[in-house]
Design a protein around this ligand. Structure first.
Ligand code: EPZ
Length: 417
């Protein structure tokens, strides 16, 4: 097992580059199953979940060629089964349901099971696919889906599910007729997936709004596509600059997809300025101010930034609150931050945070991907040394974060524990 050891108190200065988006790359990789020719992807991040996705694609019958941030994927002879030992390590594997049903009329995908932040059911995915003619049974922990040619349908989601919208976008691309998705998710990663599908010849409009229309086509063709930058990694670096009272140029920052976050950070006393190659970030004055936040579907405040902004609020003046509306158990980082001296009280789905004059380093334990990031941010400012354990969670979604942070002045190292 490895851990990160952080010596706090060093303001970050310099340029830090944002990698390709994990949450755009995952659905796009699985969408390549829809094509019978080779697709070429660039700006693919080097993450554990991406490696897992390539393993899944090979298991499903694709030839993969990877070099640096580029990947060539050629579906050769597809088979319909995504096994539990792989799916349990990455729940996003459920995004192969739509492509497999569209291409093979069959999908046997292990039910992902819950995770640290919640039950994470996929009922909305299945209900929507049933509207297109798929039939599902649950047998020994596997979702077994069968269908003839999928039929276009009008689908209204009870909740704007990101994964559900992605599965349906992929399934509808090769269906017979037109599909309309209402109350669809509007996240930038949905837009990136739609743009990739369109590059392969899909007919999609309305992506990025709550109503997406997809006109099914017979076949999709080869294409080359660049994955968008990771807005959550970018947001994490923006908060790191503000917390350490430094100044960073966050290069290749997808600023247009961070409005919901930046509005709140500016209220808290963070200064940002668009530059030619990225976003310049520092504090507006020497103080940070607490505020009240509720996580929402895009374009609201992103749940994936909740843990990170909590760390920022621990160092702010005054008391603020964070109401986590998306996931039922996404406060696992709270007790770890309290170990570092934070003043946080939980009341149901709301955390009340009172800023403290300083945090003090201690050993803490990561519980999930974004909790890991919040503990690193806290360690960057805590007095003394902080050790973050179980950083295999971190490696799922941040590419070489300790190298990127060290390069701008952080005292952080990865050691075996
Ligand atoms: C995606 O998860 C992201 N993962 C998550 O990022 C992100 O937090 C989430 O969207 C919300 O933005 C990827 O893109 C790989 P949802 P997803 O379907 O698709 C409930 C990270 O840290 N729901 O919008 O699973 C569900 O339980 C990860 O990078 C149902 O009830 O999100 C949750 O409470 C964490 N039934 C809420 O909706 C369903 O069928 C949001 O889920 C589907 C979802």
């Amino acid at each position: 097992m490895e851990k990160l050891v952080i010596e706090g108190g060093n303001p970050l200065h310099g340029t830090i580059r944002v990698s390709g988006s994990k949450n755009a790359a995952l659905p796009i990789l699985l969408a390549s199953l829809l094509c019978s020719e080779t697709v070429t992807l660039t700006n693919v991040p080097n993450l554990r979940d991406i490696t897992t996705s390539f393993k899944l694609l090979e298991l499903l019958g694709c030839k993969i060629e990877r070099a640096e941030g580029t990947a060539k994927i050629t579906p050769v002879t597809l088979q319909p089964e995504a096994p539990y030992e792989l799916v349990k390590t990455m729940r996003a594997s459920v995004l192969c349901l739509g492509p497999l049903l569209a291409r093979l009329g069959q999908a046997d995908v292990a039910l992902p099971g819950g995770c640290a932040i919640g039950a994470r059911p996929v009922d909305l995915h299945l209900k929507a696919l049933e509207r297109m003619g798929a039939e599902f049974s649950l047998d020994s922990g596997y979702i077994r889906g069968r269908c003839g040619k999928l039929q276009g349908a009008k689908i209204s989601f009870e909740f704007p599910t990101v994964g559900g919208t992605e599965n349906l976008l992929m399934a509808a691309s090769l269906a017979k007729g037109t599909t309309v998705l209402e109350n669809a998710a509007r996240e930038p990663e949905i837009v990136d997936l739609a743009k990739f599908l369109i590059a392969m010849g899909a007919k999609i409009s309305g992506h990025g709004t709550s109503v997406i229309t997809i006109e099914g086509v017979e076949k999709l063709h080869a294409c080359e596509y660049k994955i968008m930058p990771d807005r959550i990694e970018a947001g994490t670096f923006i908060i790191a600059a503000a917390m350490t009272d430094g100044e960073l140029l966050v290069e290749d920052c997808p600023t247009e997809s961070l409005e919901g976050l930046l509005v709140v950070l500016q209220e808290m006393g963070v200064y940002t300025e668009e530059k030619e190659t990225g976003l310049l970030v520092r504090r507006a004055t020497n103080l940070l101010y607490a505020t009240d936040i509720t996580t929402q579907p895009f374009p609201g405040f992103p749940t994936d930034m909740q843990a990170q902004v909590m760390s920022l609020m621990c160092c702010a003046t005054g008391a603020g609150s964070i109401d986590e509306k998306i996931f039922e158990n996404r406060f696992m980082h709270v007790q770890e931050l309290v170990r570092l001296g934070a003043d946080i009280k939980l009341k149901g789905s709301t955390a009340i945070i009172r800023g403290v004059t300083h945090l003090t380093g201690a050993p803490v334990m990561a519980s999930d991907l974004r909790a890991s990031a919040s503990l690193i941010l806290a360690g960057l400012v805590a007095h003394g040394e902080t050790e973050v354990e179980r950083i295999y969670h971190l490696d799922r979604g941040y590419e070489a974060i300790e190298k990127k942070l060290s390069a701008v002045g952080a005292k952080i190292a990865r050691v075996s524990s």
